[in-house]
Design a protein around this ligand. Structure first.
Ligand code: IMP
Ligand code: MG
Length: 198
């Protein structure tokens, strides 16, 4: 599979079985989400909060699609083993830099699967008493959802398959693919990343 438009890593292209969303499709959807947010938050100067690192592409494009005053901050959570993650155990390794009490917060996520991670983080943010707290997710994997989550802004519903690109990784790889694609089964059996052990 080739991409004419971008200088993408050839050996990573070979691991993609199908492109689910092209860069153009993603951009159009992100622009629409930006317009919705502009409409809803015209006089509110919202704070967009993201979780590193998967959200970086989406956050950068979403911010540029919002032409009203807005602020941004990030938090980072640890990569626990899948076993611990399935119990909803999340460790905050980098907190927000700004206080959000009394602020209108939009929690921006790249992908929600079971919902356990975001559920933990939303509880944490809610305890800081923001004026409002809504969720904006680009990719919604509903099939494995364990928690009932109201998603105010939603980009795309995706099937229960492993997807990569546009910030989404598998063992820290594939983030810089400009599109979102399905990872071939054979690519899901690579050795763990040396730094994270995952
Ligand atoms: P949840 O707690 O099950 O909702 O986990 C969501 C997190 O799992 C996301 O923030 C991603 O880091 C990761 N994740 C889940 N599905 C995928 C996928 O298809 N591709 C890449 N990362 C994924
Ligand atoms: Mg994430």
């Amino acid at each position: 599979m080739m991409s004419d438009e971008y200088p993408v890593p050839e050996e990573w292209m070979a691991d993609i079985s199908k492109i689910l969303f092209t860069e153009a499709q993603i951009q159009a959807r992100v622009a629409a989400l930006g317009r919705q947010i502009v409409h809803d938050y015209a006089d509110k100067k919202p704070v967009l909060v993201g979780v590193l690192k998967g959200v970086i592409f989406f956050m950068a494009d979403l911010l540029r699609a919002i032409n009203i005053p807005v602020e941004v901050d990030f938090m980072s959570v640890s990569n626990y083993s899948p076993e611990l993650r399935d119990k909803g155990v999340v460790r905050l390794v980098k907190d927000l830099e700004m206080p959000i009490e009394g602020r209108h917060v939009i929690f921006v996520e790249d992908i929600i699967d079971t919902g356990l991670t975001i559920n933990y983080l939303l509880r944490n943010l809610r305890a800081r008493q923001p004026a409002s707290l809504e969720v904006c997710v680009l990719f919604n994997k509903e099939k494995r959802r364990l928690i009932d989550l109201p998603l105010r802004y939603k980009g795309f519903d995706v099937p229960d398959n492993y997807i990569v690109g546009y910030g989404l990784d598998y063992r820290e790889q594939y983030r810089n693919l400009p599109f979102v694609g399905l990872l071939k089964a054979q690519a899901l059996h690579q050795p763990a990343h040396p730094a994270t052990g995952l």
